[in-house]
Design a protein around this ligand. Structure first.
Ligand code: CA
Length: 450
């Protein structure tokens, strides 16, 4: 069953455009006669793209203009109701001008959506062609194999990764995807050093301010009834963040209609939540308490305080947003990235027991948490991102828990929408999931042998 979208779902550009047009159409229905001619001093509105400065109000264009006019008429009605005045002749020219400007903004939004839709379509077509070519060439191994939970494989997102991988001109012998057959201890996913991050691919887009930033994820080790395709999302704008959206697959996620909405028993803070082995792990609002919320039982299964961890703006990433406590999952399990007074703001990371949330071991790095935009962990190595805002950022440091040493890096990382509020590695999808200014994106990556 589909739930309504309380507080703002997301959609891809295509779905957004459709929703926008539906909104226009819906609003037009009860508009009555308010959108007709300008007699009696009432305004009518014209939103002509080619002549925005025109003073005339009564021009009727194509279907789009009619919809816009209907919308504006409805807005006019609403405005007059809000002001306690009857619609129609009582409106002054001031309301007319304001609405004309509002409509111009709507028109601009629509043009922007159309551009994004076109760009998305172009990229999808090009990707599909390339994927078909690769399949013909005999690629497509990953994602087709058996899964840990025994469910059906879902090659779709992995397919894109293959695609990006094939475009990389790196000697095949150095690359894990090519050597998964024989890396000792690597298993099917393989472990190695991060050497490349590809371009972000948009999977979803928020359509309200509630989704300017947030966290989205897939469970790398899902537990039935959930699968690798199940996608999770939390919009974290606001002080009382309790809604968790569940989507059954990428398509549903892209359209922005969740299969289910959970109301968490505790409010959540930060964009550091993860879903792992059937549970949502998150930091509780205004505290250093971590919670494990079992998604099938819909109940808190464990809670634990991270001793000394800064919270609520004490040691956030440079992005801010109370990102003091950031959970992460890698091939080896569950981690928490934070800082303490003792560490003087340097990044501390602890391995957690996913059952009890007990800290198993802690490392203190020399990377100042507030100097980096975000962090993630791959194969026991912490990586940080240089900036949440500049388009051409880098993965700028790594810290290896196996050796206790850090090193500077300079792996290009693209902030396409220049407001990166969350980044997480998914060891099963082998992608970085990120939230960049209303956009839910994923980055393909490459790992290589040390
Ligand atoms: Ca993170």
């Amino acid at each position: 069953m589909r739930a309504a979208r309380p507080g703002g779902g997301l959609s891809g550009a295509d779905a957004m455009l459709r929703a926008w047009l539906l909104l226009c159409a819906g609003l037009a229905l009860p508009a009555g006669g308010e959108d007709d001619g300008g007699d009696g001093g009432a305004c009518t509105y014209s939103f002509t793209v080619t002549g925005p400065g025109e003073a005339g109000c009564a021009e009727a264009g194509g279907a789009l203009r009619a919809e816009l006019a209907a919308l504006a008429a409805r807005l006019s009605l609403l405005e007059s109701r809000e002001a306690g005045a009857p619609p129609g002749p009582a409106q002054g020219p001031r309301g007319c001008g304001e609405l004309r400007r509002a409509a111009a903004r709507l028109e601009e939004d629509k043009r922007r959506l159309e551009r994004e839709k076109e760009e998305l379509r172009r990229r999808a077509e090009s990707g599909a062609r390339e994927l078909a070519r690769l399949r013909e060439a005999g690629c497509g191994r990953r994602g087709d194999g058996p899964r840990r939970d025994g469910g059906p494989g879902r090659p779709r997102t992995v397919g894109y990764q293959e695609l990006k991988s094939a475009r990389m001109e790196v000697p095949a012998a150095d690359l894990l995807e090519e050597t998964a057959r024989g890396h000792p201890g690597a298993g099917a996913s393989g472990c190695g050093e991060l050497v490349w991050v590809g371009e972000p691919v948009v999977f979803g887009q928020a359509d309200s301010i509630a989704g300017k930033y947030g966290v989205w994820m897939k469970d790398p080790e899902p537990v039935l009834p959930f699968t690798r395709a199940t996608t999770w999302r939390v919009d974290t704008v606001g002080t009382e963040v309790r809604q968790l959206f569940q989507y059954d697959d990428d398509e549903q996620f892209g359209k922005g209609y969740p299969a289910k909405v959970y109301i968490l028993p505790r409010a959540l803070e930060s964009t550091g939540a993860v879903v792992y082995r059937g549970s949502l792990y998150f930091q509780q609002r205004h505290s250093r308490l971590l919670a494990k919320y079992n998604l099938r039982e819909e109940a808190i299964a464990a809670e634990k305080e991270i001793p000394g961890a800064g919270y609520h703006g004490q040691y956030p990433y440079s992005w801010g947003g109370y990102t003091d406590i950031d959970l992460a999952v890698d091939e080896s399990g569950l981690w928490v990235i934070y800082s303490t007074e003792k560490a003087k703001g340097a990044i501390v990371l602890s391995r957690l027991d996913p059952e009890t949330l007990e800290i198993q071991r802690t490392w203190e790095t020399n990377i100042r948490k507030q100097s980096v935009a975000n962090a993630f962990i791959i194969c026991g190595v912490l990586y940080t991102i240089s900036s949440y805002a500049v388009p051409n950022a880098t993965v700028n440091f790594s810290y290896d828990t196996a050796t206790g040493t850090s090193q500077p890096l300079s792996i290009p990382f693209q902030n396409r929408y220049q407001y990166l509020s969350m980044v997480d590695y998914n060891p099963t999808e082998r992608q970085l999931f990120a939230w960049d200014s209303f956009h839910m994106v994923a980055y393909p990556i490459r790992l290589a042998h040390a």
